[in-house]
Design a protein around this ligand. Structure first.
Ligand SMILES: [Zn+2]
Ligand SMILES: [Zn+2]
Length: 112
């Protein structure tokens, strides 16, 4: 069980290191990267920021504007192609029958 306020280690995608000028100890803050746009933010419980979790990516996204599951790579492709940012190509999986070699019919009455 992860204590409240600390992102699960697998969800932490980065760290922000603060080195104070006055010589006080170095502070390391875990950061999360949005699975859709790649934005990085600091994990602050109760910050009032609306974050989300994408079940397809199994990762956090940064906010309601990022709710559509369009991974960063696709967003960049859309930008390059001049398509809407939230465009996502439809992928349909059609189960196919593997082509089997024709069966050899054995006729028991056929002369050898
Ligand atoms: Zn985002
Ligand atoms: Zn997603």
């Amino acid at each position: 069980m992860t204590p409240r306020g600390i992102a699960a280690p697998r969800q932490q995608t980065g760290a922000l290191t603060i080195t104070p000028e006055d010589g006080s100890p170095v502070v390391e803050i875990p950061t999360i990267t949005c699975c859709h746009c790649g934005r990085v933010w600091q994990w602050i419980p109760g910050s009032g920021r609306n974050r989300g979790f994408c079940l397809k990516c199994n990762a956090f996204f940064c906010g309601p504007q990022c709710q559509a599951c369009v991974p960063q790579e696709q967003q960049l492709e859309n930008l390059e192609a001049g398509r809407p940012v939230d465009y996502r190509p439809v992928k349909v999986l059609i189960p196919g029958t593997p082509t089997a070699p024709p069966r050899k019919v054995i006729d028991p009455n056929a002369p050898e």
